[in-house]
Design a binder for this molecule. Structure first.
Ligand code: FPP
Ligand code: MG
Length: 321
């Protein structure tokens, strides 16, 4: 993914530093239970996309500034906290292939440990300058708003597709956009570059979530521990389903019932969705956001990191094609 050897080396070293800092910051509590539970999901895995995006954003300024690593840790702490809370709300049994925190302990511990991670992130963000702290606080607010709106459903009169895209922007794209943007801010990149990084992250984040939605319908086999039709089984209506519902017909009847637990019915719904105009329209939406991310990349100065960010746009479009 990173063809420039010097950049690859720098990123590898910084990612290793971030990993150590992340684990230390999460688990330095005087209370052993907090330390154990806070280190639990971080130790179980995660792709660390957000810290990597902070580092890539920082390549457009001075990436050696100390606050760049602080920012990378802060973003991942918020992300980790949101997963502790999300698994309670979704009653998810697993996270990163291990029992979720509320399964391993209980709901109260899982929520409070999420809060602990937020608190540790808040302390660490004191190392960042005011612009960076403000960006972080605003993104956190958006993340929570996205989750609230998802739980609450569309407002009276609001189009369900519009509502869904709003949730995706706030719940998924906000933190991805924050990551690349904070990298730029903390590395002292100029205002136009920081704006381009933010636009890139926002569009990439939406494309990533929407491509995941498409993959849940089109993938035949297991991927990353997930089986096709997971969203249908959970009764989650993602973009392809919401667009397909506009078409009416048999699919509307099958989807209207909510969670589809019966494997036969789920296979039928998947087959209908796969040949629906809704799926094609959702793919077009992924391409639209990928194109938006690409045009933001073109506003960035020509540095080796640009050649890492650009192919990620193609990846979003191709992974769900
Ligand atoms: C995963 O979504 C969850 C998120 C992207 C963010 C959830 C945000 C919160 C729970 C608010 C956080 C609040 C605090 C105070 C930390 P998903 O369920 O669609 O994806 P999944 O399949 O990974 O669970
Ligand atoms: Mg979830």
């Amino acid at each position: 993914m990173v063809s420039d050897p010097e950049l690859a080396d720098r990123l590898r070293k910084s990612m290793a530093d971030i990993e150590t800092r992340l684990r230390d910051t999460a688990t330095d509590s005087p209370d052993p239970l907090i330390s154990e539970a806070a280190g639990y999901l971080l130790g179980a895995g995660g792709k660390r996309w957000r810290p990597l995006l902070v580092l890539l954003g920082a390549q457009f300024g001075d990436p050696e500034r100390a606050s760049v690593l602080d920012a990378a840790v802060v973003v991942e702490l918020i992300h980790a906290a949101s997963l502790y809370h999300d698994d309670v709300m979704d009653e998810a049994p697993l996270r990163h292939g291990v029992p979720s925190a509320h399964t391993r302990w209980n709901n109260k511990i899982a929520i409070l440990v999420g809060d602990h991670l937020v608190a540790r992130g808040a302390t660490l963000s004191l190392e960042l300058d005011e612009t960076a702290r403000r960006a972080q606080a605003e993104a956190f607010e958006r993340l929570v708003r996205g989750q609230v709106r998802e739980v609450a459903g569309p407002r009276p009169g609001q189009d369900p597709v519009e509502h869904y895209l709003e949730v995706v922007r706030d719940k998924s794209a906000s933190l991805i956009a924050l990551a690349v943007r904070l990298g730029g801010i903390c590395a002292g990149a100029d205002t136009a570059t920081v704006a381009a990084l933010a636009d890139y992250g926002e569009a990439l984040g939406v494309a990533f979530q929407l491509s995941d939605d498409v993959i849940d319908i089109v993938s035949g086999a297991d991927r990353a521990g997930k089986v096709a039709g997971t969203d249908l089984r959970a009764g989650v209506r993602t973009l392809p389903a919401l667009l397909a519902l506009r078409e009416g017909g048999k699919l509307s009847d099958v989807l209207a019932a909510g969670p589809i637990e019966d494997a036969g019915l789920r296979a039928e719904a998947l087959a209908l969705l796969r040949s629906s105009a809704g799926l094609a329209a959702a793919r077009a939406e992924v391409s639209r956001y990928a194109a938006r991310a690409r045009s933001a990349v073109r506003r960035l100065p020509d540095r080796p990191a640009r050649r890492v960010l650009e192919p990620l746009c193609e990846l979003m479009a191709s992974r769900s094609a």
